[in-house]
Design a protein around this ligand. Structure first.
Ligand code: CUA
Length: 168
């Protein structure tokens, strides 16, 4: 997605730069060659064309918003609840290549929901807080086992608050 956005941005920037260059090149000619009335009607036409263009672009690109990620058809919802000192995660077997939304909360005190890959590198984390549901969206592209560690000191056995999810 990002390369397309970049390419489109570059094209639009080039178009804007070309329009400026054209306007600067022709401003002297307009002042000499065309009457004031012609220039003004041309400007008004250009103005309304730009307004119309903006409205079309806004309608074409903003209609799907506000975007509810969990409404996507292939999204998998995972609930994760922390409590001293374990995680309750369901489901624990997840598909690779599909967007996963983790809904994370806590039954008692604040915990940290941190997900690590098999190399021990953290992929993402969010707070697990009593009374709140924090959402994280992530797509696992690599099958394997992922560890869930508590990221916030939450009492004597904090260090054993470890669980595992498997991506297939
Ligand atoms: Cu839960 Cu530290």
């Amino acid at each position: 997605m990002q390369p397309y956005v970049l390419a489109i941005s570059l094209l639009l920037m080039i178009a804007v730069a070309a329009a400026f260059w054209w306007a600067v090149r022709n401003s002297a000619a307009d002042a000499q060659g065309a009457t004031t009335g012609q220039v003004e009607s041309y400007r008004a036409g250009l103005f309304w064309a730009l307004v119309g263009f903006g409205v079309v672009i806004a309608l074409a690109t903003l209609r799907p918003w506000p975007y509810d990620a969990s409404a996507a058809e292939d999204t998998v919802i995972v609930t994760a609840t922390g409590s001293q000192w374990s995680w309750e995660i369901a489901p624990k077997e997840l598909p690779a290549g599909r967007p996963i939304i983790f809904k994370v909360t806590s039954d008692d005190v604040n915990h940290g929901f941190g997900v690590y890959d098999s190399d021990g590198a953290m992929i993402f984390q969010t707070q697990a807080m009593p009374g709140y549901v924090n959402q994280v969206r992530y797509t696992f592209n690599k099958p394997g086992k992922y560890r869930v560690l508590c990221m916030e000191y939450c009492g004597l056995v904090h260090h054993e608050m470890v669980d595992e999810i498997e991506v297939k």
